[in-house]
Every structure is written in C-alpha cells, then in structure tokens.
Design a binder for this molecule. Structure first.
Ligand code: SF4
Ligand code: SF4
Length: 59
C-alpha cells in the first residue's frame, strides 16, 4: 500500500514534504508534490497535515 496525492487539488503548500519519515515526497511541476509509492511506508503522516485533504491511500 501507499498514499497518493491528487495533483489536481494540491495547492503546492509544501506542508506534506517535511513530515514524511522516509523522504519519499518530492516537488514536481508548479511546486506541487508527488509521492514515490515504491518507498512510501503507508504511515499517513502526510495526509494528516494536508490543508486541502488531497492525500489518500491508494485504493
Ligand atoms: Fe511519507 Fe507516510 Fe505520506 Fe507515505 S504516508 S508519503 S511514508 S508521510
Ligand atoms: Fe499539496 Fe497537500 Fe502536500 Fe500541500 S500538503 S503540497 S496541498 S499534497
């Protein structure tokens, strides 16, 4: 399992990136963030700090 960012809703605030314990969140175009799903450990920390709730577990 992993978490995924909905890039349409992401407002590029950057809040999720520093809370990831395995540093698998990186900046992509327009300052939006992307999760490397191959290294995500499914902790949910990023989802807890996202102000627009655009991070959710991959179904
Ligand atoms: Fe990082 Fe945890 Fe979010 Fe995965 S769920 S991207 S490990 S903070
Ligand atoms: Fe985008 Fe949410 Fe991360 Fe902010 S916390 S950069 S809105 S995914």
């Amino acid at each position: 399992m992993a978490y995924r960012i909905n890039e349409v809703d992401c407002i590029a605030c950057g809040a999720c990136q520093p809370v990831c314990p395995v540093e698998c969140i990186s900046e992509v175009a327009d300052g939006k963030r992307k999760i490397d799903e191959s290294t995500c450990i499914d902790c949910g920390a990023c989802a807890g700090v996202c102000p627009v709730e655009c991070i959710a577990p991959v179904e």
